[in-house]
Design a protein around this ligand. Sequence first.
Ligand SMILES: Cc1ncc(COP(=O)(O)O)c(C=O)c1O
Length: 484
Amino acid sequence: MDAMEANQFREFGKTMIDYVANYLENIRDRRVLPTVEPGYLRPLIPSEAPQKPDSWKDVMDDIERVIMPGVTHWHSPKFHAYFPTANSYPAIVADILSDGIACIGFSWIASPACTELEVVMMDWLGKMIGLPEEFLACSGGKGGGVIQGTASEATLVALLGAKARAIHQVKKEHPDWRDADIAEKLVGYTSSQSHSSVERAGLLGGVKLRGLPTDDSNRLRGDTLEKAIKEDRDAGLIPFYAVATLGTTSSCTFDNLEEIGPVCNDNNVWLHIDAAYAGAAFVCPEYRYLMKGVEMADSFDFNPHKWMLVNFDCSAMWLKDPNWLVNAFNVDPLYLKHDQQGSAPDYRHWQIQLGRRFRSLKIWFVLRLYGVENIQKHIRKQIGLAHYFEKLVKSDERFEVTEEVLMGLVCFRLKNETNEVNERLLKRINARGTIHLVPSKIRDMYFLRMAVCSRLSEESDMEVTWKEVRESADDVLEKKVNGF
Ligand SMILES: Cc1ncc(COP(=O)(O)O)c(C=O)c1O
């Protein structure tokens, strides 16, 4: 017996759509951080699965009772932690369709629409953000795009492609060297400010990865990279891979691609660009100066699931020559072969896992239902809100803004106060429970990060956030004076 007939699905589904719409429209009224303690959930539900089916209405009733008390409301305009994660109605509806079709698009024949829409959507997106033609499938060259689950996967996949390329090239010169001996000599580069997933890619890929120092503005510079490459070559190592970040996690800083690119190209080092958050801003031509030099990269990745209104998971990755991946990961058992092999990408070769969802549907729905113009408006509005908050912070002489505000992130701290006092400020803000922020630290300076995260955010939300920060500072500084 089916647990649910189509008519019940219609009712349940429509009820859920109403619930989600109400949840999102009224999300401001919820406390952004839950107050539950670890282990809160187990006592609220039975210790075993039911023998006989529950009704879907019982399940609906349990959402507010069991789930919502333990939800951190990432889409509340009062949530300013990390970076945004996208949420839009067109993307949610697309995921319903994807889940209805529920295909596993590992090869072209496994669902031709799944592969073909992905190829075209990656071209649409690439054109929207001004990527050079060589990255696009429509150029007719080798290049093309693929949807990865996350930016972390993209960094790892690019590293594995670079590793395969390096081993292949070294073997041409030294046919007697074993792969393992070559891999031991490989060395990659990134900056001390890159995301932790880059260091992790080095560990997972079994290669050395150096975190290089940045300049006073926290940017990785070409001469630093060049010096490191020379040192390593002199020590008998083989430089093969570099990751530049456009929009670092701590402070949304942009590495200097115009300097890094030629160093990589001259030294046969694969350049991967991690623009996980900030890449979405390149949909607005006025921000493309920050990606100058992108044509020198071998691969580029940004997350539409962060700032481009496409729900998680959707990380857009382009490669100038995907063959390095395809060849590196190509195992071809008989049950996955098909007659049209080679005429369209078999995306299983471009990624780590075999299975993949029909994720391009959500890009298609979002781009069609918003149009490029509204996506540009969204980005510009959120950057405008960050500048508004910056102005509020600067209006209070107790505070300083510690990094130039370029995107939707404002880094700030209590001026002339110790890290400890600033840590107390953050604790106080989060304990009040109205807004949620996370900190970061660069060169031993602790600061607070205010990211504009919700698509619903307005100036009035920035004012609420600023009031929380200001009043928390009053508390913390007053306690300091009173000797607490
Ligand atoms: C610069 C940068 N790279 C990578 C990541 C990791 O993204 P993902 O969760 O898609 O792996 C982040 C996350 O915030 C990031 O800011």
